[in-house]
Ligand binder design. Sequence first.
Ligand code: NAG
Ligand code: NAG
Length: 329
Amino acid sequence: MTTDDTPKVLLFGVGSVGAVYLYLLSKVCSTTVVCRSNYDVVKKRGFVINSTIFGDNLLVKPNVVRNCGEVSTTDSSADNQPFDYVLVCSKAIPGIIPSEISAVVTPGHTIIVLLQNGINIEEEYVEAFPGTPIVSAAVYCKTTQRPAGVVTHDEIEKLQIGIYPPTASPGPAENFVTLLTACGGTAEFWPDVQQPRWYKLIMNASWNPICALTRATDVDFMASGKEATELIFDVMLEVCEIAKAHGYTITREQAEAQLQRAKARVGQGKSREVEPSMLQDVREGRRLEVEAIVGNTVRAGKAKGVPCPKLEVVYMLVRALDGSIGRAN
Ligand SMILES: *[C@@H]1O[C@H](CO)[C@@H](O)[C@H](O)[C@H]1NC(C)=O
Ligand SMILES: *[C@@H]1O[C@H](CO)[C@@H](O)[C@H](O)[C@H]1NC(C)=O
C-alpha cells in the first residue's frame, strides 16, 4: 500500500546492517534496495533475518535493483515520486558512492542518510550534492551475513544521528529519528554527531585493523600475549588525543571502560567473541574500510600535529593488506 504520505526510501548497498534497517523501515515506508554481490539471491528470496532483538525467521522481500540507474524502470510504486530518503548502508569506501547515487537524489527533496562508521566521511556528499541535507549516523548493530541473504543480528541496534555539518538546520536529522523510532528502531539525536563518531572510533580504529591483520577475534588477539591488550589500549589513547585536538573529549576512563568490555568476554565462549567487520571482510576476501576508519583518523592527527606512531604503523599495514585483497579480486 503506497499512499501519498508513505515515506519513500532507497537503501543503497544493502548488506547485513542494511537488511536490519530495511526490515524496520519496510513497516511504514515504501522501500527499494540496491544490492550488489547479493543481488541474485535477494532478488529471488529476499533477506531472512534472525535477530535476538526483533525475532527469528524475519523475511523481507524488497523491490531490488542492481544500481540506481535501474530504479526508474523497475520501481514498483511506479509513481515517479522522488525518494524522501536515500540511505547509504554500503561500506564507507571514498570516491565512488556520490556518483552512484546521483540518479536517485532529487535536489530540494531527497535527504541523504549515511549509515556508516568512520570519521570525516561526509564531505564528499556535501560537495556532490550542495544544498541537500546530509544526515550522518554512527551505527551500533552487530550483524553478519552468511551466506548471502541470510543475516544474523544480535545484542544491539542503535543509531546516533545528527545533521552534517552541525551548523545546518537539524530538522531532517530529527525527522529521521522520529521515523526510525516509529518503526521500532533505536535512534538518538545528537546536536553534533562527530562526538559519538569519535567515541565509536576509539574501538573501531583499534580493534578492526588489528583483528583484520592478525585474523584473530578480539579475545584471540588478547590471548596472544599480554602486550597485545596494551597495544590496543595505546592505539585507543592515540585516537583520544586526535579527537581532543579536534574539540571532542573522550577520557582515559572511557577508553578503559571500552577495553574492559572486551576483557570481560575472555573465557565466555566462542559465541561472545567479537569478529569486527574488517576481520569478516578479510575472511570473505572483500575490500576493507581502511580510509574511513584508519586513514582519515591518521590524517586528522597530522592536521593538528598529534603524534600517533602506533596507529600510523597499523594504517600502513592494513592499507597494504587491502591492496593485496584488491589485487586478488
Ligand atoms: C534462524 O532461526 C530459526 C528458528 O529459530 C532456525 O531454524 C534457523 O536455522 C536460524 N537460521 C540461521 C541462519 O541461523
Ligand atoms: C566497530 O566496532 C564494533 C565493536 O567492536 C564492531 O562490532 C564492529 O564490527 C565495528 N564496525 C566497523 C564498521 O568498524
